[in-house]
Ligand binder design. Structure first.
Ligand SMILES: [Zn+2]
Length: 339
């Protein structure tokens, strides 16, 4: 049993519970559906609790909400709404409200104060009853109307319609092309086995491709950015023959000594790509042949594949990939098989 469950009971159990304290404690009650609980609810309940010593929440059952808000509500079932409310410090008791108004529950409990949300105001149907036995009705300050469950539901609906982009992030040397060490001329470029086959399969499944490559040769003065660009243009040409497109080549031109955030295992290039293309990294894959590739992918919350012999031990202890494959074709099979 969770501690909060002690706050859940029926109206008759509550009345019995409160008999001995009615003379010394001021009982406050409020009611609502509290469907999709938000910060405005938390503020309203805290304000309600401050009116007295005990706060009782009459919580609409699923059936009663369906009657006044329509069959699409509630979003969150009674048991869960009750658990959330009962977990709040401000709330002392949660009682099911299985009617369109709380009049019957108010009649039984006779709270000293009945607290209304700002949207109901002080002209509610409860006023006459509460005042008839000497209680009083109070209304929440307007400032608690910071948002509403309906606003939140609309926002969730809007966001659900926005497609989430995902990407395949490829290391260059040793994954896309043969690693000959500081490749920087078109002549040196040779695609790795399985690249065309693998990228074809992934493109047909709707994936988009990005290259993320450490190019410290630029920082070391071994070749120019232009030479690298020409090399990448040549890779694009080779892939274009099979209708394969790399959306963007990201590269880090720095040497390790410069301590930049883009050089893998840094995640700078991955974060830049995520921002520029609206990509969800947790739904994307990093494919590399080195510990720094796998570490960068894992630090960016991506799924990772090592193009390496099964069980290859990488120096870095965080560099444990989700899978080992022999080439990009096998990587594609793994990715398509894990969806
Ligand atoms: Zn860098």
């Amino acid at each position: 049993m969770f501690a909060f469950e002690k706050k859940l009971m029926t109206i008759s159990e509550l009345c019995e519970r409160l008999v001995s304290v009615r003379d010394s404690k001021k009982v406050v009650a409020c009611s609502g559906s509290f469907d999709v609980v938000h910060a405005g609810h938390a503020m309203m309940l805290e304000e309600a609790r401050a009116q007295g010593d005990v706060l009782v929440v009459f919580l609409n059952t699923d059936e009663s909400i369906g009657l006044y808000k329509g069959p699409s509500r509630p979003v969150i079932p009674f048991r869960d709404r009750a658990a959330i409310l009962a977990s709040m410090v401000a709330v002392d008791y949660v009682i099911p409200l299985d009617a369109l108004t709380p009049l019957s529950l108010i009649e039984q409990l006779r709270p000293d104060i009945y607290f209304n949300g700002a949207d109901w105001g002080d002209r509610s149907v409860e006023r006459t009853l509460v005042e008839s036995y000497g209680g009083s009705l109070r209304v929440a300050s307007a400032h608690v109307r910071v948002s509403s469950s309906s606003d939140l539901i609309r926002a969730i609906k809007d966001r659900a319609d926005v497609p989430t982009a995902r990407g395949i992030f490829l290391d260059r040397d040793g994954v896309l092309i043969q690693d000959r060490g500081y490749v920087h001329t078109p002549d040196e470029v040779e695609l790795m086995p399985g690249v065309i086959e693998g990228l074809n399969m992934l493109r047909d499944a709707g994936w988009q491709f990005y290259v993320v490559t450490n190019q410290s040769g630029i920082g070391r003065g071994m070749y120019s950015t232009e030479a690298m660009e020409r090399t990448h243009a040549h890779i694009r040409e080779l892939l274009a023959k099979s209708d394969i497109t790399i959306k963007t080549f990201y590269y880090c031109p720095h040497t390790p000594e410069e301590g930049c955030s883009c050089r893998k295992p840094g995640v700078g290039m991955l974060i830049q790509a995520a921002k520029e293309h609206g990509i969800a990294l947790s739904r994307s894959w990093m494919i590399g042949d080195r510990s720094s590739d796998i570490a960068a992918g894992r630090l960016a919350n991506m799924k990772t594949i090592a193009v390496a012999a099964p069980g290859t031990e990488f120096a870095d202890s965080i560099s444990v990939p989700d899978a080992f494959v022999l080439n990009l074709e096998a990587a594609a099979v793994h990715i398509l098989g894990s969806q």
